[in-house]
Design a protein around this ligand. Structure first.
Ligand code: SF4
Ligand code: SF4
Length: 636
């Protein structure tokens, strides 16, 4: 009864939540279920705690039929489940997993109470101890029940298949006391299982029941894509249009399911650059706070009740939390929805971001520069500017605001253009007709402004007949490739590192490699983690110098601190860019290669504040320097 009432309440919360589409892609969902849930892929990335959890989880699956077997045995000691209850191999599996579950629980307790990693800060540890105590009672009473059955000769399977229970059976004689104990153990086993099932939906171990469902409905499209808000959907009545999340009633059913799935393991918190540099934001505490408000009787403001306002603004949308989460919780969607409500409904956002939003709307770029200056860098290089009505080039080079207007990032645009010219690639830029993609406005929560820019840019690109786009900014790349299809813009989008690496591979660019040039490459979150572009920038680094990897690299990269519109926000706590520069310096490299204009600026700032000697440079510039003979500057 207690269990059923709670399950109905939880199901009601999911059913009553806002709609979101999570259908289709069945093969991908099945694969996620097999790898993330059954094979425990994400958890096993950390061997000891991963194995501990896997033992308990696999034990749960193997021992599940014993619930029915024990219930039958509790009613009639001489009856068992047809077929399975007589199978020696199954009873062997039961013994093996009883032992493994016990090992798993002991290691778990040791990690929580002796090692005490920081990732458990803020988790409900007392609740976890109670659950572990119930699990231990369940497996020990099962083993003792089997042991007394063997001692009394009641076992319906060959005792030799149960080495653990057989060894324990020597503790008991074939007498009345053992007959009583056999009843005590089986009933203790059954009653503990019932207590566990009644407690489960009230505890954080609810994830046992819902995590597999949450993984199934996890996102299968690109990680870097945000769900668009539908302001002008004719099927949605005006009063039902979502403006992000102000109360728990605004959360989608997937977001509600996310909150029920959290195991409080803290892996997201451990990976979070905001948390690890001393900021208020902990993605784990965000999800736990939202869960409390989902379960509350009345709908109250999520910020600052469930989530402190600093947490909402601390996020750099790097996605490290999502990648680390073993149950496919999508923290960035939650945080951006909280931002959307604050920005669009309450007009509340960090004051320092206001000029950026104003400049994007007024000048079509966050630098507030005149659009007529956008292509100034290109004029001297003779780069073609695509005029209306002209035939589209093979590649439209989307330069992006940073590489157009920022002094340091502009070097990337110049190098890329020179390299494409040297390789004979047919390309052009949009010049003053290129606008901000809207990414910084979207990530800060202003979906209105983003959608206005998305529609305008898609119109321009479609009118120009553009099919292929090369972008040097991973944020532009992500928006063009993953988010513009929601607004009618579908293009083949390629990052400049991918195009340049293919030109090198084809022999159309021939760099001179310098063994003495030690280079460590920093993966941009929006390139590596959100879009899986890992090898091409590394190929370029290897083509010009001697690569050396940082400890955190590839999809495990650590943010530069600029994502989520943080390029234009004050940073509280420690500086993320300085932390990353420290990791780069630790490699002993003399060059810190990047493939993102934001990373260029942030890490160069970090090097300057740390007083380090590292040179921060885009892979395109490194490549152009390595083929000076081939890449002639038309100004020379
Ligand atoms: S996206 Fe990055 S900064 Fe934001 S909560 Fe996740 S790990 Fe932290
Ligand atoms: S959100 Fe995911 S990674 Fe973070 S504590 Fe919950 S289950 Fe663990």
């Amino acid at each position: 009864m207690i269990c059923a009432r709670r399950v109905l309440l939880l199901a009601g919360r999911v059913r009553g939540a806002q709609p979101v589409t999570r259908s289709g892609d069945t093969p991908r969902r099945a694969k996620n279920e097999a790898t993330i849930v059954l094979a425990q892929r994400k958890l096993l990335q950390r061997l000891v705690p991963g194995l501990m959890h896997a033992f308990i989880f696999w034990g749960f699956l193997v021992l599940f039929p014993t619930i029915v077997i024990a219930m039958i045995g509790a009613v009639d000691r001489h009856t068992t489940f047809p077929w399975l209850g007589h199978q020696g191999w199954y009873l062997l599996l039961v013994d093996v997993f009883v032992a493994l579950v016990l090992i798993g629980v002991i290691v778990d307790l040791w990690i929580r109470h002796v090692i005490r990693p920081r990732r458990f800060e803020g988790s409900h540890l007392g609740e976890a101890d109670l659950i572990l105590a119930l699990i231990v009672t369940i497996v020990i009473t099962l083993a003792l029940w089997h042991a007394t059955q063997i001692a009394l000769g009641y076992n319906e399977w060959p005792a030799s298949w149960s080495p653990l229970s057989k060894a324990l059976s020597h503790l008991f004689g074939r007498d009345e006391a053992t007959r009583v104990l056999e009843r005590v153990f089986v009933w203790a086993h059954v009653l503990t299982i019932l207590a566990f099932l009644a407690y489960l939906p009230h505890s954080k171990h609810l994830h046992i029941a819902v995590a597999a469902i949450n993984v199934w409905f996890g996102r299968t499209r690109a990680a870097g894509r945000l769900e668009p808000l539908r302001f002008d959907d004719p099927d949605v009545p005006e009063e039902e249009i979502r403006f992000g999340a102000g109360t728990a009633n605004d959360l989608t059913w997937k977001q509600v399911l996310d909150t029920f799935s959290c195991t409080e393991c803290g892996r997201c918190q451990d990976a979070c650059p905001a948390w690890s540099t001393g900021k208020v934001l902990s993605p784990k505490l965000v999800i736990m706070g939202l869960r409390d408000y989902v379960l509350a009787e009345e709908a109250q403001s999520l910020v600052p009740g469930a989530v402190p306002e600093e947490s909402v603004w601390d996020c750099v949308t790097c996605g490290a939390c999502i990648q680390a989460c073993p149950v496919s919780i999508e923290h960035v969607d939650h945080i951006v929805d909280l931002r959307r409500h604050l920005v669009m409904v309450e007009s509340s956002f960090p004051a320092e971001a206001e000029p950026m939003l104003r400049d994007v709307e007024r000048a079509s770029n966050p630098w507030g520069k005149a659009q007529s200056e956008r292509a100034e860098w290109a004029a001297a290089l003779g780069v073609r500017v695509l005029e209306p009505g002209e035939p589209a080039p093979e590649y439209l080079y989307w330069v992006g605001c940073a590489s157009s207007f920022d002094e340091r990032a502009r070097r990337t645009a110049e190098s890329t253009a020179k390299l494409l010219q040297a390789a004979g690639v047919d390309f052009a830029i949009l010049g003053p007709r290129e606008s901000c993609t809207g990414d910084p406005a979207r990530r800060i929560g202003n979906e209105y402004v983003f959608q206005a820019f998305a529609e305008q840019n898609v119109q321009t690109l479609n009118d120009a007949g553009v099919r292929k786009i090369v972008a040097n900014c991973p944020h532009c790349f992500n928006t063009l490739a993953n988010e513009y299809p929601d607004f009618g813009g579908s293009y083949e989008v390629i990052h400049h590192s991918e195009l340049l690496a293919s030109l090198v591979a084809e022999g159309r660019l021939r760099p001179q490699r310098s063994e003495g040039l030690s280079i460590t490459y920093h993966d941009s979150c929006y390139l590596a983690r959100h879009n899986d572009v890992l090898a091409p920038p590394r190929d370029l680094v290897a083509a010009v110098g001697a690569p050396v990897e940082m400890k955190r690299s590839g999809k495990e990269t650590f943010c530069c601190g600029a994502g989520g519109a943080h390029m234009w926000m004050e940073e509280r706590g420690g500086a993320i860019n300085e932390a990353r520069v420290g990791e780069a310096a630790a490699t002993g490299a003399d060059t810190l290669a990047v493939a993102c204009p934001f990373c260029t600026v942030m890490l160069d700032d970090g090097v300057q504040s740390a007083g380090d000697a590292l040179r921060v440079v885009d892979v395109a510039t490194l490549l152009s320097e390595a083929i000076e003979d081939d890449v002639r500057d038309p100004r020379d």
